[in-house]
Ligand binder design. Structure first.
Ligand SMILES: Nc1ncnc2c1ncn2[C@@H]1O[C@H](COP(=O)(O)OP(=O)(O)OP(=O)(O)O)[C@@H](O)[C@H]1O
Length: 908
């Protein structure tokens, strides 16, 4: 077996007898800080490697690549992933010496030094992270394998790197991991299994506990002693926001000590202040920090907190916490995962795992939500909850309550429950009082905000989203505590009373898949504010508009007159009528009276914050629609709707478009009483006796008066009819038109039998489309009302079943299926089995289409087909007067329809 033994040192300093030995630079003392040597980088080639305390870098010793050349071009496509030439120690999570073994030769044809060399050496691997170029927040593990013929050299480099890694003291060594097996789609365990190997690679010890029931983790956290907790550098939750909340509460409830926020005023208008609560309400059960804890660990005592901890944990609060290194980790596996998206920038278990292993840290504000209730001993007995992301009432509470009934649906339950609750459109009477934050300006009205935004006058600070190394979070967390407004002073409070669709308090922006910018785009991870969003009662359409803005990237969900957004530190709430519930981080809290306050940077998370996040000001300015939106919101809403509808309509293919348009206008005219539907219905008597032959056609184009059934039929044409025309009937306009003619003729023939006759056969024709679509797209997955998923093949039958359930007549659907099957049999199945094609598109249909001038004309060039379209009708195009058009998709002489094209200038 060959060995590489002739590394060439190209550095002038590396003028050693044995080129393969590392050069050691001693800088400023005994400890050599720089190592250099030649190594073989697996899959790349020979490199000159340099190790410094802050990182490893290398230079490809490829004589063919000059330094000015673009390495990626030079190295070729195989090496794109290995074009890095350095990695910081802070991005490395493991270095391992691995024994003698295979290294892969580069595929470069470089006769200078790569070809002909041996392929086995001693190796050490460097495991680090790679940031996605397009989405820097997304991290993936990467590995570099360096090889050398000398074992000692390899070992020495690996040891040196490991010694540098050991200086990274902020990294966890020992973690307690809780896995919720039922989170999200029930894949908590799989999520953990997918990331567990990198924890062992990084030599991070993990004690993994899979929960057995709801509340398991909270109970465990509440009962674990601080001494035991102190053995760990953090707790990692593998699950969703609700599961994280459970662990957070398990940790904080017995340990966090701070005065409660003021109770909401009863009928008495004076607000009770913190001290009022403490002094006058004997029932408030604040844990006395002076009461000795069973646990003897000195770290638990507040007096032992050093200054930095005190700043970190917020000076308002008093908290016994195990150790300074302690952080929370969250590996996303839930249905929403807003906390992970806000703290890492992406919803990716691997990114979260890597950020935990590399010991990243961000501080997170925590809201303390206190529910006050009457007990037999007290007027106001507090029940405390902590929230890391959001507490919401009304719509938010109703959605979470409704969604709990459909947990079996997985994450889809939120869509379903959201739609139901939206349709209910309930508002709730409530009183809200919030403390004015010193930085909040007078309440700028929505119109003024809109105009300011339009002219670019909105202050940058009002729009800056939180990001990694966020200035707002960092400056505020180290700056002296803001002077808090005195809660005793009535002038520091603002009171709002009315009917609200929802009341929300966002601790962080709450970005998630459904709201890409979150509810409050500029809510920061540790800005020390609660962002109170009050949505007053408004028409359903306006609320829908708010929701669509929420669902849109760059949307402005808070720029409405019925929406108020206030930055505050404390607020109180009292329900004064019909009640909803509170949704605290996805968990239900029933409270008639509630108050909340925020603790700035109360906990630390293993996360680095989202990478640079683009504000949407530029988008806003560029998009003309958005400009109008902010000046003439109402007109733009309709303008947008009309514009998008127009665009959509224009994009429709001709046959489906024409059929849908005619049907729509037929129903519209009937609605306007311009004619009676009975004058267009099928009646053979009128056709033959009174020569009302139009009835033979018009009965197919009246789909009913405006109703849900009509909308559904139109939807079928626009969805399935369009898919057929764009797919299997692509470039075969005449064939598609013929399908409709065939259906109509067949239905007319069938309706000669009185029992099977129906005055309007349009519904059957539409159903025929569904049947043919089902045969053409048999494996496409269909979701019915978000409840059942089935294959396209079964769609017509599922629709028949629905007709049955809703008590609709089955005849039109069954006739449509029958005719659809007849068509499919004659045009596809029978010819495929070697039979004669009885159902060829007649020549007059081609002529008609030519005369019509829409779609693909006779003699038009046959374009290359889209391979993703349907299968059965491939190759059945007719090139009239052109060369034979065998399948445009199948190779010659393969498939059912080869040779069935015909030339107009010859007989078929
Ligand atoms: N073993 C278990 N069996 C049943 N429920 C559990 C179990 N472990 C935890 N839970 C509960 O499951 C609830 C939801 O968990 P989680 O937050 O992980 O998922 P999710 O609700 O799908 O996601 P999200 O909160 O992001 O919407 C939590 O309230 C938690 O108490």
């Amino acid at each position: 077996m060959d060995r590489i033994g002739d590394f060439n040192m190209k550095d002038d300093d590396a003028n050693d007898d044995d080129d393969s030995r590392p050069i050691i630079h001693s800088v400023g003392g005994e400890e050599p800080s720089i190592l250099t040597s030649n190594f073989f980088l697996d899959h790349v080639g020979e490199v000159f490697l340099t190790l410094k305390p802050d990182g490893l870098s290398w230079k490809l010793m490829d004589s063919l690549c000059n330094d000015n050349e673009d390495r990626s071009t030079c190295l070729g496509i195989q090496f794109l992933s290995k074009q890095d030439t350095s990695i910081n120690i802070s991005d490395v999570y493991a270095v391992e010496f691995i024994d003698w073994g295979l290294v892969h030769k580069t595929l470069l044809t470089n006769p200078g030094f790569l070809l002909g060399h041996a392929s086995e050496m001693y190796r050490f691997t460097v495991h680090g992270i790679e940031r996605s170029k397009s989405q820097p927040s997304l991290w993936a593990p990467t590995v570099f394998t360096f090889a050398h013929v000398d074992k000692q050299t390899c070992q020495m480099w690996a040891n040196r790197m490991n010694s540098y890694l050991s200086l990274e003291t902020d990294r966890p060594r020992n973690l307690l991991v809780y896995v919720n097996p039922g989170s999200g789609k029930g894949n908590g365990c799989r999520t953990w299994e997918s990331v567990a190997p990198i924890f062992s690679q990084a030599k991070v010890k993990t004690k993994v506990i899979v929960t057995e029931r709801a509340g398991h983790a909270r109970d465990a956290m509440a009962s674990i002693t601080n001494r035991e907790l102190n053995l760990y550098d953090g707790i990692v939750a593998v699950g969703g926001d609700g599961f994280f909340n459970e662990i957070l509460n398990g940790i904080l409830l017995p340990r966090h000590r701070a005065p409660y926020p003021p109770t909401p005023p009863d009928d008495d208008p004076t607000i009770e202040t913190e001290s009022d609560v403490l002094l006058h309400d004997p029932t408030v059960t604040i844990v006395d920090p002076t009461v000795p804890n069973d646990d003897e660990s000195p770290l638990l005592k507040r007096s032992t907190l050093n200054e930095s901890q005190a700043v970190n944990l917020n000076q308002d609060s008093e908290m016994s916490f195990p150790n300074e290194r302690f952080r929370f980790g969250l590996i996303p596996s839930g249905s929403t995962d807003a906390i992970v998206i806000c703290t890492t920038g992406v919803r990716d278990p691997m990114t979260s795992a890597l950020q935990i292993i590399l010991g990243k840290r961000v501080c997170l504000d925590i809201a303390q939500v206190v529910k006050w209730e009457k007990s037999h001993t007290s007027k106001n007995k507090p029940h405390v909850r902590y929230a890391a992301s959001f507490a919401g009432y009304g719509f938010y509470g109703d959605v979470i309550t409704e969604s709990e009934k459909y947990r079996w649906m997985g994450p889809k339950r939120y869509d379903y429950a959201g739609t139901k609750v939206f349709l209910r459109h309930r508002s709730y009477e409530a009183k809200v009082a919030y403390m004015k934050a010193e930085s909040e300006k007078t309440n700028v009205g929505a119109n003024a905000r809109r105009i300011k935004a339009f002219w670019g006058l909105t202050k940058e600070s009002e729009r800056i989203a939180c990001r990694a190394k966020c200035d707002i979070c960092n400056t505020t967390s180290v700056a002296p505590q803001r002077e808090k407004p005195d809660p005793k002073q009535e002038s520091n409070w603002v009171r709002v009373k009315g009917r609200f669709l929802s009341i929300g308090a966002a601790v962080i922006s709450c970005r998630n898949d459904k709201a890409p910018d979150g509810l409050v785009v500029d809510a920061h991870l540790s800005d020390g504010f609660l962002h109170l969003v009050l949505i007053k009662e408004c028409p359903r359409a306006f609320y829908l508009w708010h929701l669509t803005q929420l669902a849109r990237k760059g949307g402005t969900p808070l720029n409405f007159d019925f929406v108020e957004h206030h930055k505050t530190t404390t607020f109180t709430f009292t329900s004064s009528g019909e009640e909803s519930v509170w949704n605290v981080d996805g968990e239900i809290l029933q409270a008639r009276k509630l108050s909340a306050q925020v603790f700035r940077g109360l906990i630390s998370l293993f996360a680095s914050g989202p990478e640079t996040y683009k504000t949407h000001f530029a988008d806003f300015i560029q998009e003309p629609a958005s400009i109008i939106n902010n000046v003439y919101p109402f007109s733009l809403f309709f303008f947008n709707v009309i514009l998008n509808s127009f665009r959509y309509y224009n994009s429709l293919p001709p046959v489906a478009k024409t059929y849908a348009t005619i049907c729509f206008f037929m129903s519209l005219c009937s609605e306007l009483n311009l004619y009676s539907p009975w004058t267009v219905a099928l009646s053979y008597e009128d056709v033959f006796k009174h020569f009302q032959i139009w009835r033979l056609v018009t009965n197919f184009i009246f789909l009913g008066s405006f109703s849900l059934t009509f909308a559904f039929r139109l939807f079928i044409i626009l969805k399935y009819g369009v898919q057929l025309e764009r797919g299997p009937f692509d470039k075969r306009t005449a064939d598609y038109v013929w399908m409709f003619f065939f259906g109509a003729f067949s239905l007319l023939a069938i309706s000669v039998i009185p029992f099977l006759r129906s005055p309007f056969m349009g519904a059957s024709l539409v159903f025929m489309i569904v049947y043919v679509w089902g045969r053409e797209f048999p494996n496409t997955r269909i979701n019915i009302y978000g409840l059942v998923e089935l294959k396209g093949f079964y769609l017509p039958w599922a629709m028949v079943a629905l007709d049955l359930v809703f008590g609709d007549t089955l005849m039109p659907s069954l006739l449509g299926i029958g005719v659809g099957h007849l068509y499919y049999f004659l045009t596809v199945l029978h010819p495929l089995a070697g039979g004669t094609d009885f159902c060829k598109t007649p020549f007059w249909v081609h002529k008609l289409v030519k005369y019509w001038g829409r779609g693909y004309q006779m003699n038009s060039p046959v374009k290359k087909a889209d391979p993703s379209t349907g299968v059965a009708f491939q190759g059945r195009s007719y090139r009239v007067g052109g060369t034979s058009s065998a399948s445009t998709r199948y190779p010659p002489n393969v498939g059912a329809f080869n040779g069935r094209s015909r030339r107009m200038d010859t007989s078929s």
